[in-house]
Design a protein around this ligand. Structure first.
Ligand SMILES: Nc1ncnc2c1ncn2[C@@H]1O[C@H](COP(=O)(O)OP(=O)(O)OP(=O)(O)O)[C@@H](O)[C@H]1O
Ligand SMILES: [Mg+2]
Length: 220
């Protein structure tokens, strides 16, 4: 079983949106998947409640129960554990990082998000874990041109020394609408730009979750 911790110390970056979409996608791809919601806010649980009996399996727990939940999932033949983390306290986030095979650091292309990711990347490295930064809520390209904020963010994020995923999530209404119905964007609006982003991100992460590959990063 592989464990993916979705983290950002900045509130509202898009952790829950990404966790829910990845957990549903993993489940629909045939992986026995558990989503551990360790955020007392319970946003991931709110999203998944609409799909009772459909999967992925939901574990509403506090961070203190994470390790035993992970062992239990491993012992009951789960393939993937996705952890949706809170922005704080730090101790809970560190607990999730400690359990992870891969940490996905969610980052909007803003100064304050980037500053926060720099610190998270240090924590991930200190704990000897792998990390991958995923841009979230980025403004879409205009006429094929990448907005300056995204280019600047990509440049600044190089200083974290952590890879930036070749695919990020843009700010799209489909991410908000789908989650309100307990659906991934791929279920909600197949073929949409949002669905395309999650599918491409999944293609990048699946080999890691299946233990078949390493992280591909944005070139240059
Ligand atoms: N790619 C996106 N496009 C548009 N809206 C988004 C996107 N990602 C997240 N949002 C919206 O931004 C808000 C915060 O998202 P989300 O709850 O996923 O963030 P979070 O990091 O889990 O927040 P918290 O720190 O409170 O747990 C929500 O209203 C969500 O619908
Ligand atoms: Mg959240």
């Amino acid at each position: 079983m592989k464990t993916l911790a979705v983290i950002s110390r900045k509130g509202g970056a898009g952790k829950t949106t990404l966790s829910v979409n990845l957990a549903i996608t993993a489940h629909l791809a045939g992986l026995r998947t558990m989503l551990a919601d360790i955020d007392p806010q319970r946003s991931a649980s709110d999203a998944l409640r609409a799909r009772v009996g459909e999967g992925p399996t939901l574990a509403e727990i506090n961070a203190g129960k994470l390790f035993s939940t992970q062992v239990q999932a491993q012992n009951t033949d789960f393939d993937a554990l996705v952890i949706d983390t809170p922005a704080s306290p730090e101790s809970d986030v560190l607990q999730a990082i400690n359990c992870a095979d891969l940490c996905v650091l969610v980052c909007r292309p803003t100064f304050l998000d980037i500053a926060s990711v720099v610190r998270s990347a240090e924590a991930v490295r200190r704990l000897g874990k792998k990390g991958l930064i995923v841009l979230s809520q980025a403004p879409p390209r205009r006429n094929g041109v990448e907005p300056p904020a995204v280019l600047k963010a990509a440049e600044a994020l190089r200083f974290t020394g952590m890879p930036l995923a070749a695919v990020g999530l843009r700010a799209r209404a489909a991410f908000q609408q789908s989650i309100a119905h307990g659906r991934s964007v791929c279920e909600w609006d197949p073929g949409s730009p949002a669905a395309e982003e999650i599918s491409r991100l999944w293609a990048l992460l699946a080999p890691i979750l299946l233990g078949q590959g390493d992280i591909r990063v944005r070139a240059g």
